[in-house]
Design a protein. Structure first.
Length: 104
C-alpha cells in the first residue's frame, strides 16, 4: 500500500501499537525554583516572592500541557507517532503565540 506510511505495514491480525505513559506534573520537580528564577532574571526581575514560584509553575504546566496536547493532535491526524517541529509551530499558532522561522 503506497502512500500510507507505516500504518499499512502491520501484519494481518496484529493489534495497533498503543502508546502508554504518564507526563510528570510541575509539582514533581520538572520545573525547579532555579529555573523559575532564571526565567525571571531574563525578564528583568530582581526579586521574586516564594508565592510567585508556585503561580509561575502552574502557568508553565498549563501552557505546556496545551501545546503538547495540540501538537499530539496534529501528529495523530497525520497518522504519525513522532511530533515534528511543524506540529509544535501549528499548536503555538493555535494558542495565539506565533513562532517564525520554522517551515512555512
Amino acid at each position: 500500500m503506497a502512500g500510507r506510511g507505516k500504518a499499512g505495514k502491520a501484519a494481518k491480525g496484529s493489534a495497533k501499537k498503543q502508546l502508554t505513559g504518564r507526563a510528570k506534573s510541575v509539582s514533581e520537580g520538572t520545573v525547579t525554583n532555579g529555573a523559575v528564577r532564571r526565567l525571571a532574571r531574563r525578564g528583568g526581575v530582581k526579586r521574586i516572592s516564594l508565592a510567585t514560584h508556585q503561580h509561575v509553575k502552574t502557568y508553565i504546566d498549563d501552557f505546556l500541557e496545551r501545546v503538547v496536547r495540540d501538537s499530539l493532535t496534529f501528529a495523530e491526524h497525520s497518522r504519525r507517532v513522532t511530533i515534528s517541529a511543524m506540529d509544535v509551530v501549528y499548536a503555538l499558532k493555535k494558542n495565539g503565540r506565533v513562532l517564525y522561522g520554522y517551515g512555512s
